[in-house]
Design a protein around this ligand. Structure first.
Ligand SMILES: O=C(O)C(=O)C[C@]1(C(=O)O)C=C[C@@H](O)C=C1
Length: 363
């Protein structure tokens, strides 16, 4: 009597998976040729729908492995498969503020998947340049932090309207103090200004004498700390591992619920998903009541603002841009009508993007 070796069964299943992968890539190529459903944001939406249907059909039991629900694991696997097929069939790179293991990198991996072709660049402005010139198919930039507020460099460039927001990522940020030496030997702490600001209380309590030095990214700081004695960096755990640094202060962010929201940049306008938000920029006349009139338009069309920011218009005195966010897609009738009214009531109204709302990821 011959029994089947389970290792052969597993090898046969793996071969079927590889065959299916090839078939999936082929279907994606046909999809590209017919130009239907071509953007990454729609791919992520359809993965969510597949996982939900699978769960509802009773095929997924959604037990947990103590850390992650099964549907989350299935989603990650499908996202990885999709990102590998995407890379094989649609060559294109996505820019992020580097070097590798910056939080922007972690956010890019969470959104585009591990297999995506990601390009580190030296500044947030360089991400906008790479996408604006179409050197890259897309990019990712930090837009807002729950402790520190808006990211100034990003706002400066968004106001130029060269690129659209096509998605978002919410990343929980846990900062590590990383160095080659003991905490007592630290004379300088390097990091991006936003990261330093998110750890200000911890630094004042634990390293009051250390000099705080700003640099281009948290990962750039980690790279430096690996070469200089007495220098510590505030950066991600992954950056510490990459550079062989010790964690001499773990999770030093002042706010335990420290989250940074990243905007995905691109050129296409994602189709409505049913779970969308719209980011809009406008500029009003510098006169009493102008902003109140605009707020009246949001009220009239029953748009519930979830975010409002103002920032000075470069090169002017007392002129401000406003950025607002609200649930819904600019193709929704109520929102389209509100935008029409805003265009007549403001100097300038520009939809920065309508895109699927993000769930939170861990860094
Ligand atoms: O320096 C990095 O690692 C970044 O990706 C930039 C950035 C930011 O500027 O907001 C992103 C997230 C953290 O809040 C800190 C730094």
């Amino acid at each position: 009597m011959s029994s089947v070796d389970p290792r052969d069964t597993i090898a046969s299943i793996d071969t079927q998976i590889l065959d299916l992968l090839r078939e999936r890539c082929r279907a994606m190529t046909e999809n590209t040729a017919s130009n239907s459903n071509p953007d990454w944001a729609s791919t992520l939406t359809s993965i969510d729908a597949v996982v939900d249907r699978f769960k509802q059909s009773g095929s997924g039991n959604d037990g947990t492995n103590n850390e992650m629900p099964e549907s989350e694991i299935q989603r990650n696997i499908l996202q990885h498969v999709a990102s590998a097929c995407w890379r094989a069939t649609r060559p294109g790179t996505y820019a992020f503020l580097g070097p590798p293991d910056s939080y922007s990198h972690l956010a890019a991996l969470a959104y585009f998947g591990e297999a995506a072709n990601l390009l580190p660049v030296s500044s947030i402005g360089a991400v906008f340049d790479a996408v604006g010139r179409s050197d890259c198919a897309g990019g990712i930039v930090p837009i807002e932090n729950s402790t520190d507020g808006r990211v100034v460099d990003t706002f400066g460039r968004l106001s130029k309207g060269e690129v659209s927001i096509t998605g978002e990522v919410q990343l929980a940020i846990h900062h590590q103090l990383l160095a080659m030496c003991d905490r007592d030997s630290i004379t300088e702490v390097h990091s991006k200004p936003q990261a330093i600001s998110q750890c200000r209380v911890w630094l004042a309590n634990h390293l009051p004498k250390a000099k705080l030095i700003e640099c281009s990214s948290t990962a750039a700081a980690a790279k430096l700390a690996a070469t200089q004695a007495g220098v510590a960096a505030i950066a991600s755990e992954a950056a510490g591992r990459r550079h062989g640094l010790r964690v001499i202060g773990a999770n030093i962010e002042d706010n335990r619920d420290n989250v940074t929201r990243f905007a995905v940049l691109g050129h296409e306008q994602p189709a409505p998903t049913g779970q969308d938000k719209t980011t809009l920029l406008f500029q009003v006349a510098h006169q009493p009541g102008a902003l109140a009139d605009v707020m009246g338009i949001f009220k009239r069309h029953e748009l519930n603002l979830t975010w409002i920011e103002s920032f000075p218009q470069p090169g002017t005195k007392n002129e401000y841009f406003f950025v607002v966010e609200f649930p819904g897609h600019c193709q929704d009738i109520a929102i389209a009508k509100a935008i029409e009214d805003l265009k007549t009531a403001t100097h300038h109204t520009h939809v920065l993007g309508s895109y699927g709302r993000a769930a939170r990821a861990e860094s």
